[in-house]
Design a protein around this ligand. Structure first.
Ligand code: HEC
Ligand code: HEC
Length: 415
């Protein structure tokens, strides 16, 4: 392709983006895509998606909208082995696991992590990482195998990405101010910030993404997921996942030269930059109806102490993008690591075996099942599983009157 053509198509794309942006901000929404079929089967509300689900953040610029749109395209695309998919993989596209109720959400399936716990209770990674991919490309010689020393196996649910850019924009100091690792206030609840080295920037940061808060930024998550979920290597994560097989075996199946993600000359971006753009500007799911019962339930939520971990709002720091700059997000999470007795036995990033990051409760009404391993079918089941640091709070919840507990559920159903 000639440079002149490339330039023309880039500026045409921007004009198109501006037009779609105007249409979107005027409330004219485009129909979604074939994933909507999957969604309407999986998400049992008669195909009724909450208004605004999948929209970009309000107030973004045409250029930011272009990032969002390009990113959505890449996020939805299905990759082929000839483009680098595999040899080992969990899904052929990001949206394969992030599409309920619309692209960007989750999917009710779990992937597998595993490792070895020794006689002293110490955790060891077996082989390359703790992730064991479910699929392989034909002829399947490189199908993942669990080595015999594996004695810890954990399931993990996908996490929806609505509002992820706002989560990324919360300053580390805000999260550090919430932690109480030694429980100085003696409320039984500690909460630790997950300090990790961010691969994209090389900086020491507070992790906030993933069930173990193992990753700090959306670009790093994009690079990690592209390699580890899809087998598409990139300059940040250049090594193909091994899933218990040998390097020699991998070489027999891995026919595409690494890194498999590259800069598109038309846009100057890698696919992982596009994924970042989509997730950064994807809006949170709007709240459902706020009735008197919902308002009463919010008070119960605070009074029994759910809000100690599921902190109702956080504020983003200074940000170059006006749409992310000093915004309040109703996340209902402190993004810290807690032991609520549900840990999966896997050590990952800064998280210990029994620690899980408090999940955000926004968008709760459009995802099931709940908890990191999908072991709770209902909100009541999820609450019932909390122990450990949450024991005192759960005792107060159980002691609450029937109408109070009903109000609490109405409140959670409005998320
Ligand atoms: C096979 C299913 C699958 C595929 C494919 C997949 N994901 Fe995920 N995603 C998950 C699971 C499972 C988690 C939770 C991971 C964990 O903590 O162990 C997750 C978590 C995330 C998170 C963290 C969100 C948060 O708020 O904590 C981001 C960001 C993300 N995925 C982005 C992507 C991108 C980008 C792609 C494509 C390159 C992708 N995912 C492909 C299953 C998938
Ligand atoms: C000590 C901190 C803490 C307290 C207190 C707490 N939670 Fe949680 N909550 C968590 C953690 C951590 C998880 C994730 C556990 C897992 O996935 O294994 C969680 C998970 C959940 C989930 C499932 C969310 C999802 O996306 O899967 C719901 C719903 C929930 N909590 C509601 C509540 C309610 C309601 C209360 C008060 C009665 C409460 N929590 C009190 C930390 C807490």
């Amino acid at each position: 392709m000639t440079a002149a053509f490339a330039k023309a198509s880039a500026s045409q794309a921007l004009v198109l983006a501006a037009l779609i942006w105007i249409a979107t901000t005027l409330g004219v929404s485009a129909p979604f895509d074939s994933y909507a079929f999957v969604n309407s089967v999986v998400f049992a509300q008669g195909g009724q998606f909450p208004a605004g689900a999948g929209d970009p953040l309000p107030g973004i610029t045409p250029r930011e909208f272009e990032d969002f749109r390009l990113g959505l395209d890449d996020f939805k695309s299905i990759e082929q082995p000839s483009e680098g998919l595999g040899p080992l993989f969990n899904g052929a596209g990001c949206a394969a696991c992030h599409n309920v109720p619309v692209v960007g959400g989750m999917t009710p399936m779990t992937e597998m992590r595993a490792g070895h716990r020794d006689a002293d209770g110490k955790f060891h990674v077996v082989g390359f990482t703790t992730l064991f991919q479910m699929f392989s490309i034909p002829d399947h010689r490189c199908q993942a195998v669990m080595p015999p020393e594996v004695n810890v196996i954990a399931r993990r649910m996908p996490i929806p990405l609505f509002g992820a850019g706002l989560v990324e924009a919360v300053a580390d100091e805000t999260l550090l101010a919430l932690e109480d690792p030694f429980d100085r206030d003696r409320d039984g609840i500690s909460g630790r910030a997950a300090l990790v080295t961010d691969v994209a920037t090389g900086q020491r940061r507070v992790g906030r993404f993933g069930w173990k808060a193992q990753i700090a930024t959306l670009l790093t998550f994009s690079g990690d997921a592209y390699t580890n979920e899809m087998g598409i290597t990139n300059d940040m994560f250049p090594l193909e996942p091994l899933g218990g097989i040998s390097q020699a075996r991998l070489r027999e199946c891995d026919l595409v030269k690494d890194p498999e993600d590259f800069v598109d000359p038309r846009t100057g971006k890698r696919a992982i930059d596009n994924f970042e753009g989509f997730m950064k500007f994807l809006a949170p799911i709007p709240r459902g109806a706020i009735t008197d019962e919902v308002r009463a339930g919010e008070q119960v939520f605070a009074a029994v102490g759910c809000a100690s971990c599921h902190v109702p709002t956080l504020t983003t720091g200074a940000n170059r993008s006006a749409a992310l700059n000093r915004k309040t997000l109703a996340l209902f999470s402190d993004l810290l690591l807690h032991d609520v007795g549900t840990g999966d036995g896997i050590e990952q990033g800064a998280a210990e075996q029994n620690e899980i990051r408090t999940p955000a409760l926004w968008g709760l009404r459009v995802r099931r099942p709940l908890m990191h391993d999908g072991s709770a079918a209902t909100v009541t089941d999820a609450i019932g599983q909390h122990r450990g640091e949450a024991a005192g709070v759960i005792e107060r919840y159980r002691a609450a009157s029937e109408p109070m507990r009903r109000a609490l559920l109405a409140f959670l159903d409005s998320m």
